[in-house]
Write a protein that binds this ligand. Structure first.
Ligand SMILES: Cc1cc2nc3c(=O)[nH]c(=O)nc-3n(C[C@H](O)[C@H](O)[C@H](O)COP(=O)(O)OP(=O)(O)OC[C@H]3O[C@@H](n4cnc5c(N)ncnc54)[C@H](O)[C@@H]3O)c2cc1C
Length: 416
């Protein structure tokens, strides 16, 4: 059914009895043209664009738990396209453009809010690096503004501008960046894909692959064997584990990333702010809680919960940036499993096994990529060729040396 003011009114007047489920909870069929493993944002967006753009509707999304139970439902919801390198910037800007039309496209309120992101700088060297990034963005046709200390103070007077160790000198602002409601993005894509005939199969874990020689021709699951013309992996933090079931070793490490939400406050931060002298970022949800996070935990893990040293580190970052945060009470915190690639950039590519496609390596930046990731992965699966904005996200770049090292820190997952 289509959501509209009229449907709201009609259901309001008739006891809310006319609403239908947003998607079917499908049982797996014996075979599909395409199986997508992983019912997070990326898997569901891929299914949606396969059906919508390429007309491929005999598709199943296989999810081991409920859709959105992974990182899609655990992230801090920041969307932006403030990247430096040519391999990344056009892709993330394409994603930003898709975000800008997403709610109309899906007929679903994803609460996309272009409230701006401000990356603070604290030294001359960091200002130069941000000026370079801002210029690169502008050359790629993307909005960016370099603000001096006075203009930052006018926006956020409560920041600790004269912090003895990390005085704030200014910031790089992207006004079109912002946040989106993560669950709603999952539900919106699920609904759109389901409407076009895609089966969304929940509580179904992929435990192995069906092979004919080298080729992958289906999956083994906890709900039986399912054959497929093509199998596409979008399992984020579980990428290396699932790929290992097919005998592939990926250039990915899994780490936990934690997020935190405070008690609800009246509106206090109307954009997204990132601290430049440590890893700390913060925004305010529409419910009033301050949503913030920092670095990944420093060890590999598949657990969806983190450890106390990072909690302390995040709290220190927050206190250095805005000391008044110290009076806040923390409401809840959680962790998600990050698929950290060795250069901090993602992979959207075929694998060496015919019939098996890979979407992985999103580190802690994959939520903003959800629309473009789905678009480009669907393009690759449907046409066999990479989409023009995702051509650099090759799996073999770690062997050939064509890294997309956005932060210039080398093969250091903990620094990306
Ligand atoms: C705390 C935190 C904060 C973050 N903040 C941001 C942010 O502000 N901005 C941003 O851009 N990104 C952010 N991210 C990163 C972003 O959430 C991820 O990069 C992105 O969600 C990954 O893609 P996905 O949505 O498809 O992953 P997921 O939602 O993790 O989807 C993968 C799915 O695969 C399923 N799966 C795994 N193994 C199997 C199997 N064997 N069989 C079947 N299904 C399987 C999982 O259950 C899961 O549902 C953050 C992540 C976390 C954890």
């Amino acid at each position: 059914m289509r959501y509209s003011f009229l449907s709201l009114l009609a259901n309001g007047l008739t006891g809310q009895k006319g609403w239908t489920p947003a998607w079917r909870d499908a049982a797996p069929k014996p075979a599909y043209d395409v199986i997508i493993v992983g019912g997070g944002g990326h898997g569901l967006a891929t299914a949606y664009y396969l059906a919508k753009v390429h007309g491929i509707t005999n598709v199943a999304v296989i999810e081991k738990s409920y859709i959105g139970s992974g990182n899609a439902g655990r992230n801090t919801t920041i969307i932006r396209s403030n990247y430096l390198l040519p391999g990344n910037e056009p892709f993330y800007e394409w994603s930003m453009k898709l975000w800008e039309g997403l709610e109309q496209e899906l007929n679903y309120n994803a609460m996309v809010s272009q409230r701006g992101i401000l990356n603070l700088f604290h030294s001359d060297a960091q200002r130069d690096a941000y000026a370079r990034r801002g210029n690169a963005m502008r050359l790629a046709g993307v909005d960016s503004e370099l603000l001096d200390r006075r203009r930052v103070r006018a926006m956020y007077p409560f920041l600790d501008f004269d912090n003895a160790r990390f005085p704030i000198q200014g910031g790089l602002l992207q006004r079109r960046a912002g946040t989106a409601r993560h669950d709603a993005v999952v539900w919106g894509y699920a609904r759109g894909a389901d409407t076009r005939g895609v089966d969304i199969v929940q509580n179904c874990e992929v435990t192995g692959f069906l092979r004919e020689g080298d080729a992958i021709v289906g999956v083994e699951t906890t709900r039986g064997t399912i054959r497929a013309g093509k199998v596409a992996l979008a399992v984020a933090g579980n990428s290396s584990r699932v790929a290992a079931l097919a005998g592939l070793r990926l250039p990915i490490e899994s780490h936990v990333l934690q997020a935190f939400v405070s008690e609800g406050l009246k509106p206090v931060i109307d954009g997204v702010i990132t601290f430049g002298a440590g890893h700390f970022y913060i925004s305010q949800s529409d419910k009033g809680g301050l949503v913030f996070g920092g670095d990944i935990d420093g060890y590999n893990s598949y657990a969806q919960r983190g450890n106390l040293p990072v909690v302390e580190d995040v709290a220190e970052g927050g206190m250095a940036l805005m000391p008044r945060i110290g009076r806040l009470r923390l409401l809840r915190m959680w962790g998600g499993i990050m698929d950290m690639s060795m250069d901090g950039s993602p992979i959207i590519d075929r694998t060496p096994l015919p019939g098996l496609y890979l979407n992985a390596g999103w580190c802690y930046g994959g939520f903003k990529a959800t629309p473009a990731s789905g678009w480009c992965f669907a393009h690759l699966i449907a046409t066999g060729a990479p989409h023009e904005t995702a051509g650099a996200f090759r799996l073999d770049r770690f062997r050939t040396g064509h890294l997309i090292d956005e932060k210039g820190v080398g093969a250091q997952p903990n620094l990306h």
